[in-house]
Ligand binder design. Sequence first.
Ligand code: DQA
Length: 160
Amino acid sequence: MKVVVIQGPNLNMLGVREQNIYGPMKLEQIHAQMKEFADQNGIEVEFFQSNLEGEIVDRIQECLGDANGIIINPAAYTHTSIAIRDAISAVSLPTIEVHISNIHRREEFRKTNMIAPVCASSVVGFGPFGYHLAMTGMTQIFSEIQAMQEAQKQQAAAQA
Ligand code: DQA
């Protein structure tokens, strides 16, 4: 099972930008921790960061037939991007949205969320730990998918 982690604009600046909101951890450190967890749980993981909306749409589309799930922090595009929302909807893969900060307690404009309605789940306000929670959630989703596939196989075998 494979998960693709997609990071939106300015997340390459973690550890530098607004440390009072996002903390001191760099994106590479977050990804290293996620990779360690994925390795321990037998999950393949790939990371992608872009400041460009179209590149994020392309990367989501590439997940079709290649990945089993997506973890995404669309950053500022969360609040504006119908294109990213439509891409997530189009590939129809289990998707978990992560926000480092609690977007519901911040400026009014951050309360508009284009992405959440097409996601299986959202993790907000846990800081970088939210990515770990999302990985844990994704392993649970993968186990459920695998259990369902196994049950379907057994049912088909019993009917044959
Ligand atoms: C963010 C929240 C967004 O509102 C903001 O534009 C970001 C980061 C978060 O992780 O808390 O860039 O997605």
